[in-house]
Design a protein around this ligand. Sequence first.
Ligand code: DLL
Length: 431
Amino acid sequence: MYEPRLETMRPEKLRELQLERLRKMSRYAVENVPMYKRRFKEAKLDPSGIRTLEDAAKIPFTVKTDLRDHYPYGILAVPIDKVVRIHASSGTTGKPTVVSYTRNDLETWARLMARTFAAAGAGPGDIVQNAYGYGLFTGGLGFHYGAERVGAAVIPSATGNTKRQLMLMKDMRTTVLCSTPSYAMYLGEAALGEGYKPKSDFKLKAGLFGAEPWSEEARARIQEVLGLRAHDCYGMSELYGPGVAVECANQKGLHIWTDEFLVETIDPETGEVLEPGKKGEMVFTMLTREAMPLLRYRTRDLAIIDHEECSCGRHHPRIMRIQGRSDDMLIIGGVNVFPSQVEHVLMNVPQIGDQYQIIVDRDLLDKLSVRAEVAQSFPFDKEAERASLAKSLESDLQALLTVHAKVELVPHGALQRSEGKAKRVIDLRKG
Ligand code: DLL
């Protein structure tokens, strides 16, 4: 552990710390950010009215459009000369979401990232290859500073240039790989294609993978090919970046650093707070953020949060894998379909490769199809085998999704590989 006192704090102590910080943060936000001053006034709420953690539910939500509406600096609680870093998350349309940090914010973020590396067993002597994007994206610098903080050596290899990544991995004797899970899969595939024997040529022991959804089956594949322990890590630009939650060596859910974040799960339709253990949208309050306070920020990410104790000694509750985003959910003829369900089915079938696309279209009715690459060893030329594989996948998908999905198999290598976040869903109904 990097900060054993905070990482093993008992749940009741954590709650005390959270309450103290929540009260302080509410007052700070109201006094320094006009948007929060207005919101509290509209809700007829004074920060002094927050006396218990449950009172957080009285605070109005903050949503992504609030950040866009106050582009670029409207939510700042400090003068611009206290800001020392600015990141942004790329919007698919229009202006990006801008996130600003004071020196103390960067310090907090680096500490949380150091905990992230420590949870994966990384420290002095480790060689960390950081294949997240450096730039406006928070992945690159977030992992970079965390690795340095625990005393590991960082190779800032950034995304892309896959052959060079593999050469570095072997020659520099990389022990910890940081990348999106889809890029980790691609690195594994490319390593085999280039004639490496990953388990003996590489010295990898752990991977820190996140920034996009992935399944248990994908984890099993990455671990098998690269010979490492794959840790899931979660974060988002608005909440510093990566470093919000990470899996310990037990790999049974991601510990959320609740001394820094108050997390609630809500019903995404009604906004009501759900009981612990129920699947819902995660809502985060940043408890010590200086530059850009965020109270009850709706993430749109759906998850179950588990409060059971973990044998690793950390009492921080765990996200039992992100189960999709409320805005990623596809509605096919009235039925809700999550891309993660499709991945779950595909990755369970050894004849299927790592790459796939989900295509949604409409003529009279919604049509769902899945284009999947076969594994390298699969005899793609044999039509009968292809047809039978497609048929069996269609029936597995039907059983899980309860809607029909047409399966199109394509040869190994036919689909584009991703170096950052994979784009798996093509919805032709939009636009
Ligand atoms: O993806 C920050 C990050 C970088 C996290 C590197 C982990 C590793 P954004 O670009 O703002 O920030 O995207 C945030 O990505 O709301 C989730 O929908 C998704 N996401 C992030 N981590 C995971 C994960 C970074 N482990 C959005 N599993 C979030 C599933 C994830 N989805």
